[in-house]
Every structure is written in structure tokens, then in C-alpha cells.
Design a protein around this ligand. Sequence first.
Ligand code: FCB
Length: 465
Amino acid sequence: MKRFPDDFAWGAATSAFQIEGAIGEDGRGESVWDRFTAEPGRISDGSDASVACDHYHRVEEDIDVLRWLGVRSYRFSIAWPRVLPEGRGAVNAPGLDFYDRLVDRLLAAGIEPFVTLNHWDLPQALHAAGGWPARDTVGAFVDYAALVMRRLGDRVRRVCTHNEPWCISTLGFGRGEHAPGERSWPRALAAAHHLLLSHGLAVDAIRAVAPAAEVGIVLNLVPAEPASPSAADRDACRAFDGGFNRWFLDPLYGRGYPADVIADHRAAGHLPAGEGPALPFAHDGDLAAIAASTDFLGVNYYSRAVMRSTTVPENENHAATVVASDDRTDMGWEVAPDGLLAILRRVHVEYAPARLYVTENGAAYGNAPDASGRVRDVPRQKYLWTHFDAAHAAIAEGVPLAGFYLWSLLDNFEWAEGYTKRFGLFWVDYATQARLAKDSAHMCRRIIGANAITSLERDLAEVEA
Ligand code: FCB
């Protein structure tokens, strides 16, 4: 039996845009994702998030689901355009009230609220005024963060600024796969900088209004390995790790942007070459602000990357991911629980955040209800169990890992994949909005209740029994 620490924060995670629906209700403004989903060809099944899981109208039911699961904490995000329809200025009272009530209801159910301030749904009005590539958006985010925490900070004890700035900048502005769908590396790098800067400045603003709250940021991190020992593959690995992990970790922990990655971007024409400043968007004092000391780092972990070099010119860092194994989820992501241990260990050794949380981990598998209405999602059970085991190993090594959040509570709107990928512990029947506990939910309920794992065979057998 492997026990977790007594106060380990077992949780489930969601985000506003992926579950709430009700996009036109109670004064909510438009977000970049509303605009993006409306563009033909952007979402694989042509869907949008206007209904999603209808969570906006089903809060009580969803809190019952959380309570049944036994989680101690719930990580959810606040939809910025619900609170500030224009991104700044006039507050939409019903929007802020919605989250105020959610917090109260969670606390009444004995579940700790963990707030994400920006899980990608930037108000469209702010994007129209320049969005993340523009420095003005920094102040708008800091004001929004302070506004929300001034209202909720008497009850919310844990808050993160941004979820996955890599996705917002690289997928949104570099690769054009996420909102707003642009393909411009200079703009992606400016967006990343403004996300980091707004994080650092928001940390201070949040502390000023909510001194009791732990504050941090959530990064998606991917440990990388070279596909072969060749110099070219090792360099591809360095470049991938630099762009994905170090570009965010280094400045957050006071090291500035990594010089090798700056050189890559200059060589590729993403940053100006020559004598002038390499990072035209970085002003004096920005790096110090970005390195604001935080209470925790949230790590979203799904898979590792095995890298080989490529000469494809449009590839941003001349590095391509190799298909390393047949054990893959419906996203095509390799199942690699050892990578979770590797990345937690590395972050602890190299950057030493005060505390770590796995803020997301989970897997997309399509297992549907059988004739008896049961969802036998053995692949998800195995995926989660082996990642719990990796988390336990990290704690045993001395990594200050304080919690683990399951992605996701419900099947939901998976961004560019629409409703085609199901990450939920609960099956959502989108026609009726019924929620149905999958076998993985039963397994997690037992493990959370016991605060321990035994063995994969035994924990699976208990669900079967
Ligand atoms: C992460 C996102 C989350 C979800 C999972 C599968 O990148 O934070 O919203 O889509 O991936």
C-alpha cells in the first residue's frame, strides 16, 4: 500500500469555456474562443461551446458529482468575459455573482475552491484592441485579477494566474491551431512575454487584496528525450525543451530567457537579428516582475516528447516528435507515466518551487456506456493509476508535491477537437446532459477515499467487484 500525505489535495479540474455553455446569458461578453469556434474549419467536428456541459445551469448537480467523487479540492476557471464583458471597465454583476455562489456552494460541500483566472477565454474586445501581443493587455489582466480576488479572496485560498501560456502563445499565435488562429512567431513571442509579465504583476496585485491566498501559475511541461544519440537529435531535443519548458520556467524563476532559444529564434527570423535588442517587447524591469516569488507551480502533464531533427523549414525549432510507442490515447499522445516523475524531479531540482501541484493529468479515451449503462474505461484507469504511482514516487523522493487534479471531471469541449475527445471521469450524454460515472471515476473515488494506491491489479479488481 502506498499512502499519500494526509493533507494531499486530491482534486478535479475543469475550465469555464469547456463546460459552462450559456455563452450569451446574463451579460457575458464575447471571448476569442467564441469568435474562433464560429470560423469554418477551425473545430474538427464543427461544434462550438454554446451549450457544452450546460454547467452554468447545473452547478448543484455538478457539485453533487464532485462530492460523490470525494475530492477535497476543485480547480475551475473564471470566464473573464462574464465578469468584464469588454475586458476592462464596467463589471457585469451577474457574472461575478455566479462565481461567488459557486465558491460558497463548494465550501458548503466541504470542497476547497482553486481558481484559475485565465484559462484562454480572453474577452474579444481586448483582442480587438491588440490582445496578448500588445502590452496594454497586461494592465487589463492585472486589474481583472485584483477585481476577482477582491471579491473572492476572503474564501478562495488558492489561485493561479494563467493556464498554460505556451498554448495561448504557441498554439494561438504561432501555429494557428487555437484562438485567435494566427501564424506569426514574432507575435507569439510577444504574447508569451505579456502573459508572463501580467502573471508577475498580478501576483503582487492579488497579494494586496487577498493576503491569505496562495498564488501561482500553471505550465504544461513536457520532458523531452532525443530519438537517438546523434548530435542533431540531441540538438532537436535541446531546442524543443528550450521552447516548451525553459522559455517559461527560466524567466519565472529569475534566470531570464534562455540564450540558446533566443539564438534559435533570431536565426529563424522570429526575433530581430543584429546589434539591437533581441527581445523588442521586453522593457527594463520586466524580468524582475516576471520572477515574482510565488507559493506554488502547477504542472499540467499529459505526455513526453521524443525528438528528432528535421529540416522542414516551417517547423518552429527544427525538431519533430517521433512516434515512440503504440500506447497512445485518443489524442495520439504517448502514455508515459515515467515522464511525470522525470519532470517533477527536474523542476524540483533545477527550479525549486516552494510547492508543486499536478494541476491536470488525464486521458482521452472514447469508451462509451455499454448495454447496461456502464462505462468500462480500463485504459483511463490504467493511465491514471500509473500516473498516481509516479506522483507517489516523486513525493517519496522528496518532491514537495501537494496535490493532484484529474483532468477532467466531465467530458467536455476539447478546444479544436470539439466534442470528439472525451477526457471525463464522468460520461456526458450531450443530448440529455446526463452525467454517468465511468469505471475510472469509481476507481478514483476509492483511491481518494483510502488516500492510497495498492497495486494496479488490485485497484482495478475492486472496481470490477
Ligand atoms: C490542457 C488544457 C485543458 C485540456 C487538456 C486536455 O492543455 O489546459 O483545458 O484541454 O489540455
